[in-house]
Design a protein around this ligand. Structure first.
Ligand code: BDR
Ligand code: CA
Length: 312
């Protein structure tokens, strides 16, 4: 049986790859909607990018809805250094996508889909959690109906500040709403997403796959690897967001621990930190399934098989 998902994202190179893996023929996911949020770049650009990705992979029947244009209370913070001015710099993209966004706010589409569901929709946020928090605030009745939230964010160290990862830092107030909601949460933080490191070897291996989607991913990765070298001195680009869908397709790729996680919203140096209680020192009830280890072979096999499935 296919698992129903809503991909809430800010594409973004790794968000785009996440959509591509979720929509591949090898996937057991049914994408109910793609919703966009301000994050890597402004929400309008993220929406345009989501539509362009849909065009490239021929994903015609999935609604794309634009969501929040700024965090709940923070000023906007974007990651142009990593994703370029368009949010998806690198590959040659269609100037104007043929697909159009639906005439409904992302928050309303999320609420509608969840309320109409048999409690079987998993939300997959790979950007700041603004839309998800807003949906919970606008319609609290969705909370017990959400099957699970499988998100990319946080970790035991930061990439935007020493303590905070970008997605959580951008809207920590929204993250707090979501983490305290009581919905089962599975978290892919930097500890595990940095293990999903695409390298020059990855590019070499991918180059043998003869289809346009794989070529598009190669171009995405080349740009992403370049900025990760410049900004973090990494010898590769971590395809953070793709861990979420890889987990949903094959949970055995990851090792997980169910622990307590709090979101820091007050600290002078720690704002946006996910306080991950790996050793159970708080004694608080566990609320998050945290991924901490990735099986390299299984992960990259899934990745290559997904991209190969786009060959006619
Ligand atoms: C996260 O931030 C964004 O730049 C990526 O798309 C990913 O979701 C990594 O910190
Ligand atoms: Ca993202």
């Amino acid at each position: 049986m296919n698992k129903k998902v809503i991909l809430d994202c800010d594409p973004g190179h790794d968000d785009a790859i996440s959509i591509i893996i979720a929509a591949a023929k090898t996937s057991n996911l049914k994408i109910e909607a793609i919703t966009t949020v301000a994050g890597n770049v402004e929400v309008e650009k993220n929406t345009l990018n989501a539509l362009k990705v849909c065009d490239i992979i021929g994903l015609d029947d999935v609604p794309v809805a634009q969501g929040a244009g700024k965090p709940l209370t923070n000023k906007m913070e974007i990651a142009e250094e990593i994703h370029g001015e368009t949010g998806l710099d690198g590959p040659l993209l269609p100037e104007i996508p043929s697909k159009k966004p639906v005439d409904q706010h992302a928050v309303d589409l999320i609420i509608e889909k969840v309320m109409e569901s048999d409690d079987d929709i998993t939300l997959v946020p790979t950007g700041p959690l603004t839309n998800i928090a807003l949906a919970m605030i606008r319609e609290p009745a969705i909370v017990p109906k959400i099957k699970e939230i499988v998100l990319m964010g946080g970790g035991t160290f930061g990439n935007w500040t020493p303590a905070a990862e970008f997605n959580i830092y951008v809207d920590a107030e929204a993250a707090k709403v979501v983490f305290e909601s009581g919905v089962p949460i599975t978290m892919f933080g930097l500890d595990v997403t940095h293990q999903a490191l695409a390298t020059t070897q990855t590019i070499e291996d991918l180059s043998v796959i003869d289809n346009d989607v794989a070529k598009f991913v190669v171009d995405l990765l080349k740009f992403f690897m370049k900025t990760y070298k410049e900004f973090f001195d990494f010898d590769g680009g971590p395809i953070h967001d793709a861990c979420t869908v890889a987990y949903l397709i094959d949970p055995s790729i990851f090792e997980m621990k169910h622990v307590h996680v709090d979101i820091e919203t007050k600290g002078e140096y720690t704002y946006g930190m996910t306080c991950v209680d790996m050793l159970g020192v708080t004694g608080k009830e566990t609320n998050v399934n945290v991924a901490y280890q990735l099986d390299q072979k299984k992960f990259w096999d899934l990745f290559y098989n997904a991209l190969s499935s786009y060959t006619e």
